[in-house]
Design a protein around this ligand. Sequence first.
Ligand SMILES: [Zn+2]
Length: 261
Amino acid sequence: MLGASFGSFLSVITNRIINDEKGIILGKSKCPNCNHQLHTIDLFPIFSFFFIKGKCRYCKNKIPLEYPLLEILTALIFLTNYFFLSTPAFDFFVEKNNITRFSFHFIYLNLICLILIAITFVDLKTKEIPNKFLYAWLLTCLFAPFISLQNSLISILLALIVNFIFFGGQWLISKGNWLGSGDVYFGIGIALILGFEKFMVAIFLTYLIASIVSLFLITTKTVTRKDTIPFAPFMSIGTLLSLYFGNYIYMWYLNTNIIFI
Ligand SMILES: [Zn+2]
């Protein structure tokens, strides 16, 4: 429920930032089509969409599927965070009976995920990451090394160097054609959260998933080879997968890499 509510809040603030509207947080919600002010019954996360059958109650205009999807996605990620927090192999692991610490880690991890989802969502829609989101992202991620003590400072430093050389280098060489400067800043935060080993796993997963999806989009002629597709969504998926499973994947790779040689 908490995740779904935040997902709903997220679609409000991201759309207001994209459209450069005032009252980012406190303004009243309106139907973007008829401007009718929305009531509680219209604003209940996930359920309202199905209850009002995906249409505005006032002008009958279709409500984009992105609203319930964002709510469901955020709810699922909050739930996953809750589950992983009590898994000892997880970087942000806390004993469940330590309620204060558990709540703190839960809130922190959810905050990270909220900004990550917001960046993904806006990049998908506009192919750009607003500076406001990047500042929030970097500021929040700055605390990660002090909250999860699993990654050594050297490991985090190495991840940052890889980010600057690998993503920064691509940005520099291609003059922003292969990826945007926003992606490089996004990468700094990812490096701070994951540390070197899991950062490498995240890069691997990012490119693997991006290649599969791009090939699919090209073969189905949804995009041509000349189109650009936003990169941050793939970085987000790679980051989340590596955050949850990176330790396992890295260990598995170390134990089996003889096959690859
Ligand atoms: Zn309406």
